[in-house]
Design a protein around this ligand. Structure first.
Ligand code: FMN
Length: 391
């Protein structure tokens, strides 16, 4: 029955909603989706109804594969989360749980509000399954957003971890390294004891800001993380990693990260160098911004594998970039990801996608003989004998 409603949602999206959305400007479509989700989620019973119709119930006897994990003290009912950037102001938390995400990364938020780069922020590449993004960390500012979060949290969200992505306010002064660090620290102080924030992600790799990506060298990240360590934050902290790095540069960053109080890395952010990816659409030079979706998939998978092989005992991995199906999510898990995140997939395939991925992932895990998702993490690199002995 749930598959019927997931298929219905998929087809309604594919044949009705998407053709309309894809005729509108992507900026309008994004703000429309946020507004609709924001209003819908407050209609009595609607979150429960959507969830009941499309999301598998964990407690049935047919549920042969356990996809729940506890990572750094936070319980994730499933591995699929909403990635940063869709809900910049934490306005749609209820709806994100309703459609089947098991957690969300809200933001990126910054200490001071920022209205965003000059519009348009987004440019669609339909044949390349990608968006060009140039929002520049637009958000309402940490104090306002966190005050809202305190109000919206209710019983519905209890088992839905909220991870807040933190950047530095996008302004000229913060191009200076010390000012930038102070800005991060001001937001971290607000998050440290916030009762409804389960985890924090330091977005060090937003490419669309004054001064570029400032904290993606070992020296600069050391400086930022040394200051963050001093706050003695008990919540798990993740780092959102850049994608445009060589293996050696990426490892240098990880070598520094593991020296600090960091639980995991989210791999990875948008692709900056558009010349390095093959696009099936024309992308005029006048369109500013960086690529999401399919163009990020391959390199994200490679960097997940690199991180798992070298740091699996020290860092959890959240894999993001180009997930459009359970097969794509499974690839990242087999390469070493504990969790996965997505957004472009939902824009191209519809809002039922997270629920569908959870369902299909269980089928894929079962087919490979696993009873628990943990057994599959990094399985591409485990010896066959190790995998069998775990079953
Ligand atoms: C519309 C949009 C806005 C984004 N904004 C942010 C952001 O504010 N912070 C961030 O860390 N990543 C941001 N990203 C990057 C995503 O979190 C993600 O790393 C990237 O899009 C790859 O995942 P995907 O292929 O599922 O979209 C944004 C992506 C999109 C498509």
């Amino acid at each position: 029955m749930k598959q019927f409603f997931r298929d219905l949602s998929k087809n309604l999206y594919r044949y009705i909603a998407k053709p309309i959305f894809f005729k509108l400007s992507p900026d309008f479509a994004h703000s429309f989706m946020i507004k609709v989700s924001k209003v819908l989620q407050y209609i009595l019973g609607i979150n429960w109804l959507i969830h009941t119709l499309i999301v598998d119930n964990e407690n049935t006897k047919d549920n042969k594969v356990d996809i729940e994990q506890k990572l750094a003290g936070v319980t994730y009912k499933g591995p699929v989360g909403l990635t940063a950037g869709f809900d910049k102001n934490l306005e749609t938390v209820g709806m994100m749980k309703a459609v089947g995400f098991s957690f969300m990364e809200g933001g990126t938020i910054t200490y001071k509000p920022y209205k965003g780069n000059p519009k348009p922020w987004f440019y669609r590449l339909p044949n390349s399954k990608s968006l060009v993004v140039n929002a520049g960390l637009a958000n309402q500012g940490a104090p306002k957003i966190l005050a809202r979060l305190s109000k919206i949290k209710n019983k519905w969200h209890q088992d839905f971890p909220i991870n807040i992505s933190v950047g530095k306010t996008n302004c000229k002064e913060n191009a200076d390294e010390d000012c930038g660090i102070n800005d991060y620290i001001s937001t971290l102080k607000l998050l440290k004891n916030h009762p409804y924030v389960d985890a924090i992600t330091l977005n060090i790799s937003c490419p669309n800001v004054y001064g570029g990506e400032p904290f993606t060298t070992p020296r600069s990240i050391k400086k930022l993380l040394t200051e963050a360590d001093k706050l003695d934050i008990k919540k798990p902290i993740w780092i959102k990693m850049p994608i445009d790095k060589t293996d050696a540069e990426f490892k240098e960053l990880l070598d520094e990260i593991v020296k600090h109080k960091i639980a995991g890395v989210t791999i990875s952010n948008l692709f900056k160098d558009r010349k390095k990816v093959e696009l099936k659409d024309k992308l005029p030079d006048s369109v500013k911004g960086n690529l999401s979706g399919l163009p990020t998939q391959k390199r994200s998978n490679e960097l997940i594998a690199l991180t798992y092989k070298n740091y699996k005992d020290k860092l959890y991995i959240s894999g993001v970039g180009g997930i459009f199906s359970a097969e794509d999510a499974y690839e990242k898990i087999k390469n070493g990801a504990n969790l996965v995140q997505l957004i472009t997939g939902v824009i191209f395939n519809g809002p039922q996608l997270p629920a569908q991925i959870n369902h299909d992932l269980k089928t894929l895990l079962e087919k490979d003989g696993y009873s628990n998702i943990k057994e599959a993490i990094g399985s591409s690199f485990k010896k066959q004998s190790d995998i069998k002995s775990k079953k």
